[in-house]
Design a protein around this ligand. Structure first.
Ligand code: 4FV
Length: 251
C-alpha cells in the first residue's frame, strides 16, 4: 500500500486521469491511496493569497512560502515519515531506478508548483527531494505528479494484472521492450514472425531478447552502456555494427 498526498492549486485536475482502469482498481483494492489538497486552503488572509511578485523584478509570480509550508506540515502531521517530493524541471530526472526507489516508500507528498515556481526557502528545509519528468517546462507540476503516481503505482504489488508485468516491461533491465504481436497472423500481408507461433519458448525468449537489444542499439545506444549484456548480446551487436546501416531501422 502506498499513499500519495498531492498539494496543488488545481485539485480538480486529478479527478479523472487517475480514476480509470488500473489506477481505479488499485484504489478500490486499497493498494494505493490518492488524497488531493488545495494549497489555496492554506492561503493568507481573506483573499487566501498564495503567490506574489518576485523580489528582484522580472515577469510572472512566485508561490509564497507560508501557504506551501503550512500545507506540507498539515499533511505530514499524521505521517511524520512521509517523503516530500517537489516536481520541478530542476529536479533529478525520473527514471526506472528512481521509480523503484520511490515505490519503497509507504507515503509520498507531491508538491505541484505553478507560475514561475516556488519560493526557494521552501526547497531548503521542507522538501526531501526534487524530481523532473523531462527537460521541458509545463504550466504546472500537476501533470508531472500524475505521471509519477501512475508509474510508481505500477511497481506496487498486485496493481498490474499479472504479477511480473512491471519486471518485463521497457527499462526493467535498462533496455527497450521487444516488439509485440497479436492476432491476426496476417494483417494486410504483414505477417507475425514465425518464431512467435512456434511454441518453442526458449527460442521465443531468445528472439525477444535479441529484438530488445537491437531496438535499444538502434534507438537508445546510451542505455546499452548501462545494461548488463551477455556474450550473445555483444556478438549480435558486433554483427550489426559490422553490417552497418543495412540493418538499420526496420526494427
Ligand atoms: C516540471 C517538469 C515542470 C515549471 C514551472 C511548473 C513547471 C511551473 N515539473 N518536471 N518538467 N514544472 O515543468 O516536473 O511552476
Amino acid at each position: 500500500m502506498i499513499r500519495f498526498d498531492v498539494l496543488t492549486l488545481f485539485p480538480r485536475m486529478f479527478d479523472d486521469p487517475l480514476n480509470e482502469s488500473v489506477l481505479k482498481r488499485a484504489q478500490e483494492q486499497k493498494r494505493i491511496e490518492i488524497v488531493v489538497h488545495d494549497i489555496r486552503d492554506f492561503g493568507l488572509g481573506r483573499h487566501r493569497i498564495v503567490d506574489d511578485t518576485p523580489f528582484g523584478g522580472g515577469g510572472g509570480m512566485v508561490m509564497k512560502p507560508e501557504p506551501l509550508v503550512r500545507a506540507i506540515e498539515s499533511v505530514k502531521k499524521p505521517y511524520p515519515s512521509a517523503r516530500v517530493v517537489l516536481l520541478t524541471p530542476q529536479g533529478a530526472p525520473l527514471d526506472t531506478d528512481h521509480v523503484r526507489r520511490l515505490a519503497e516508500y509507504r507515503h509520498l507528498v507531491l508538491v505541484c508548483g505553478r507560475y514561475e515556481g516556488i519560493d526557494e526557502r521552501v526547497r531548503g528545509g521542507f522538501v526531501d527531494e526534487e524530481i523532473s519528468i523531462g527537460d521541458y517546462v509545463l504550466t504546472g507540476g500537476e501533470l508531472a505528479a500524475m505521471v509519477l503516481i501512475d508509474t510508481v503505482s505500477r511497481q506496487i504489488h498486485g496493481v498490474l494484472g499479472h504479477e511480473n508485468a512491471a519486471h518485463e516491461d521497457s527499462f526493467s533491465e535498462g533496455l527497450l521492450e521487444y516488439p509485440h504481436y497479436t492476432k491476426p497472423r496476417d494483417f494486410r500481408g504483414l505477417r507475425v514472425p514465425e518464431v512467435l507461433m512456434s511454441g518453442n519458448h526458449e527460442e521465443i525468449k531468445r528472439w525477444r531478447r535479441k529484438e530488445s537489444i537491437r531496438r535499444t542499439w538502434l534507438r537508445r545506444p546510451d542505455l546499452l552502456r548501462r545494461a548488463d549484456l551477455s556474450r550473445e548480446d555483444l556478438t549480435a551487436i558486433a554483427e550489426w555494427e559490422q553490417e552497418g546501416a543495412s540493418c538499420r531501422e526496420t526494427a
